[in-house]
Design a protein around this ligand. Structure first.
Ligand code: GAR
Length: 210
């Protein structure tokens, strides 16, 4: 596939791994960016020979300077699509505008339920019986942009945060590469808050079984 992806990650990088392991997406990942040193995601990139860069917000005087540095890095690497795979920062407006409708985020809940950095914990403590995983297009608001793919995960009585998150991540690892492929194939048409999947007979934004 003739596309250039950057993956931004802050953590262990299991979603990055799922993207690297995908036969079409993996070879198209040109850059991994981490916002701190020593993350699992950096190790995964290095062991695949993918270029990785640490860009720490603390090195910049203002948030906006960091935002511009990130945008410049992505543009210098001729990146076309950006995937937020456990990137635990709010992407700045400069980057969002430069890559409008070309940035996807994976989030461990059925948005708009449980946005933010503690989605799994919040779902558990709310007593919800169902939560899930969402892949959405990134806009200027946090965990807000149009939904591309979503799938539900049942909350089991014996679940703790770790067990529920593990099952949600299994779903994320399937949904995220699929959404990235649809994006790079030009098959996502955004109309307001709805995303139509072109070439999908029913043009639905929901994930159908099978
Ligand atoms: C993922 O579950 C992702 O949905 C979540 O962080 C985890 C990263 O795991 N992201 C957010 O909560 C963003 N609000 P990973 O590093 O193993 O891919």
């Amino acid at each position: 596939m003739d596309a250039r992806f950057a993956v931004l990650a802050s953590g262990t990088g299991t979603n990055l791994q799922a993207l690297l392991d995908h036969p079409l997406i993996g070879p198209s990942i040109a850059l991994v960016v981490s916002d701190k040193q020593g993350t699992g995601a950096l190790g995964r990139a290095r062991s695949r020979g993918v270029k990785s860069v640490v860009l720490e917000p603390g090195q910049y005087r203002a948030r906006e300077d960091f935002d511009r540095a990130l945008t410049t890095l992505l543009e210098d690497e001729a990146i076309e699509y950006v995937l937020l795979a456990g990137y635990m920062r709010i992407l700045g407006g400069h980057t969002v505008r430069a890559f409008r409708d070309r940035i996807l985020n994976v989030h461990p809940s059925l948005l708009p339920a449980f946005p933010g950095g503690h989605a799994v914990r919040d779902a558990l403590s709310s007593g919800a019986r169902t939560t899930g995983a969402t892949v959405h297009i990134v806009d200027e608001e946090v965990d807000h942009g149009p939904v591309v793919l979503q799938e539900a995960v049942l909350v089991l009585p014996e679940d703790d945060e770790a067990s529920l998150h593990r099952r949600i991540q299994e779903v994320e690892h399937r949904l995220f590469p699929r959404a990235a492929l649809l994006l790079a194939e030009g098959r996502l048409k955004v109309e307001g808050r709805r995303v139509h999947v072109l070439g999908d007979d029913e043009g639905t934004s929901a994930e159908r079984p099978g």
